[in-house]
Design a protein around this ligand. Structure first.
Ligand code: PEP
Ligand code: MN
Length: 361
């Protein structure tokens, strides 16, 4: 059965629902697995969309590459039985065509596709003139422009409902998670595209079950609009991503543990105590700017002295000394070393630029 007007209306409501929760197996494997998972997810009564990978882009050949088109009728059957709309990943024009011919309600573009402008353009061209919501996962590497480029390509094809999925970034530095969250990147995207739903995909960030709750909660705390999370009727036997999937029942437990926060603060007493605190923050922020301005003015004076003495701007010994002193002071007072280092680094860059100007005058 293809999508009806009725489901279109349902999708429109889901698009504005907060939190939006998409769940389902990494991959559709068998009809029994898809249907059994769907029926259990339905029992949770809080799953808005069911996901499953039909075509799996694998880093290496030989891993399960997806069941292909024959899995689509299983998804349709799952929707018919549960009333829950369905979503699949698309990476080529043919995937789009097949998914649409089965009336799949929502499409998503995977991380390995977002990295490739040729592939994204191919998907965009196949979507021209079609009215279907599309989620775009972040590219594997932490490149905001690549993510934005994919959004532009899909938007230029005329797609109106575009959503974003944060699934973390490949990073050699990360050990206990599969992909580094680099939260500042989705936050930047949320600021740039405030009307697009932004979902957190804790499954692909974590790569294992244990940290799922913490990462999901972090996303919700950061004002994400919902979650996309992998759930399988028998996770340990899953044909892909076995370690990170949850049974529908465990997913229910996780969803119950999450403290669902909202951007708009409705509780009156919370609002009352917030307002003086916000005033205090505004005041402190003003002070920070005033102090930075004063610091830069002193840096200029130092530049003048260096100019007259024919000295170099960069005096590495002095800078190391400043860093050491302030990192010790900052960390002792509870600031993280990373924060103090980053802050001082940007102050130093600005300072050098100001001194440079003096020297060039
Ligand atoms: C997936 O959602 O199963 C998937 C392949 O994810 P990603 O594109 O984020 O790796
Ligand atoms: Mn997966």
């Amino acid at each position: 059965m293809v999508q009806t007007e009725n489901t279109k209306e349902k999708i429109a409501a889901i698009w504005n629902k907060r939190p939006m929760v998409i769940a389902g197996p990494c991959s559709a494997e068998t009809e029994e697995q898809v249907i059994a998972t769907a029926l259990e997810l339905q029992k949770l009564n809080r799953i808005d969309v069911m996901r499953a990978g039909i075509w799996k882009p694998r880093t290496k050949p030989g891993n399960f590459e997806g069941i292909g088109v024959k899995g689509l009728p299983w998804m349709v059957k799952a929707r018919d039985l549960t009333g829950i709309p369905i979503a699949v990943e698309v990476a080529t024009a043919k995937h789009v065509e097949d998914a649409l011919s089965f009336g799949v309600d929502i499409l998503w573009i995977g991380a390995r596709t977002t990295v490739n402008p040729f592939s994204v353009q191919e998907v965009a061209d196949a979507l021209r003139g079609v009215d279907v919501p599309v989620f775009i996962k972040n590219p594997i590497n932490p490149d905001v422009e690549l993510w934005i480029g994919a959004i532009e390509r899909i938007a230029n094809a005329g797609i109106k409902q575009i959503g974003l999925i944060h699934r973390g970034f490949s990073s050699a530095a990360i050990k206990d998670l599969r992909n580094a969250p680099m939260w500042h990147i989705p936050i930047e995207m949320k600021t740039k595209f405030p009307t697009m739903p932004l979902l957190c995909d804790p499954s692909h960030i974590c790569g294992r079950r244990e940290p799922l709750l913490e990462i999901a909660q972090r996303g919700i705390n950061l004002d994400f609009d919902g979650l996309i999370i992998e759930s399988h009727i028998n996770p340990d036997a899953a044909w892909s991503d076995a370690k990170q999937q949850l049974t529908p029942q465990d997913l229910g437990t996780l969803l119950n543990k999450i403290v669902w926060r909202q951007e708009a603060i409705q509780q009156e007493d919370a609002l009352k105590s917030l307002s003086p605190l916000r005033e205090e923050i505004n005041h402190l922020d003003d002070e920070i700017i005033n102090i930075l301005v004063a610091r830069m003015n002193v840096a200029e004076k130092i530049g003048m002295v260096k100019k007259n003495a024919n000295a170099t701007i960069l005096q590495p010994g002095r800078w190391t000394e400043i860093l050491k002193r302030l990192i010790a002071k900052g960390t002792k007072a509870g600031l993280s070393q990373e924060f103090v280092e980053k802050l001082l680094e940007s102050i130093h860059i600005e300072s050098i630029q100001r001194q440079n100007k003096v020297l060039e005058k």
